[in-house]
Design a protein around this ligand. Sequence first.
Ligand code: SER
Length: 390
Amino acid sequence: MTYDPISRTFVDFFREHGHELVPDGSLIPPPGDPVLFTTSGMHPLTPYLEGRPHPLGRRLVNVQRCLRTTDLDEVGDTTHLTVFRMLGSWSLGDYGLPQSLRWGYELLRDGFGVDHDRLHVTVFGGDDQVGPDESSLRTWGELGLPVELTGQENWWSNGPTGPCGPDTEIFVWTGDGPPRGTPGTDGRWMEVWNHVRMRYRRHPDGSLTPLRQPNVDTGMGLERLEMVLRGHRSVFETEGLVPWVRGVRDVWDLRDEPLRLVGDHLRSSVVVVGDGVRPSNTGRGYVLRRLLRRVLTTLWRDEPSRSLSDLSTGPVRHTLDGFRQGVTVEEVREVLSGEERRFRELLRRGRPVVRRRRSRGPLTDEDYRDLHDTHGLPRDLVDGLLSEVG
Ligand code: SER
């Protein structure tokens, strides 16, 4: 497997400490998994965190592509991406969290050259079910790092039920001049690496029971780490995003937030299409549809004649190569153009229908249902058209 230098440094470090490399899986979780997309490096490992023996052993490392829809509204700022890569390491009932923190510190400082003084950590301060994470406090104290105690921000779970536990997060100072404040008081502290003591299972009634084995699960966003290490101001200046920012700017006059949103959503859509998803009205296909419609809505706000076929093939090819995906550039462009045609047509038909409905007064739930069932207009699209009417 070929890796960029940052991923390679990460993977090599953990391999030197006895970890086996798990290949990068697709964004599509295995059958039976209730979530639509892989949201973190630990996700495909859930059965093994719950105690099933992993064929590669108890120490694992990987670089996993992830997609998070929970952050969709934040995309457009300088640190959030819809599709990103997560560098992850695991101890499946093997070493404990203090060892993981020591390795994490060593890798950041000596492997990646991050100055000790630019680091700050947060630690779980306890709640009514689980006490404060004393051992992380002790370890960070021995390593001489400043600690901030928090509550629920330092509790990690992948959903309302399932494996979970307290975590400790490592932040890097990204501001000019010497660090100030704490991660909780100054947004220039950027979270890069999360180490989770994955040792509980949350049940539907909210209670917690210990997992069969205590695990460590760590995850670090590759693009954010690259941003920090290269001294960039934004994840959009990193290797995987630059072709999109350039490609979009070359053909459309966009800047700042709309530029970042369009770049992120197009790149994410390409990865999703590359993993075999096609636009539809449900499930994964609907996530893809929403991404593309957000792009088109943003583009058409200023200039309705803009088309995704204006974009050159370079960024698409760059992303498919980067994620080692088998589909061709032409296939991707066909999916994008097809979706653009459908959306244009839907807006053309939907606009007068929604206007007529609105002229009779505010829309009721029944109106929304009817617009969806009879005219094929989903609620978020109707809301978009309503905002045009004002
Ligand atoms: N599960 C943790 C996260 O996603 C660490 O991998 O942040």
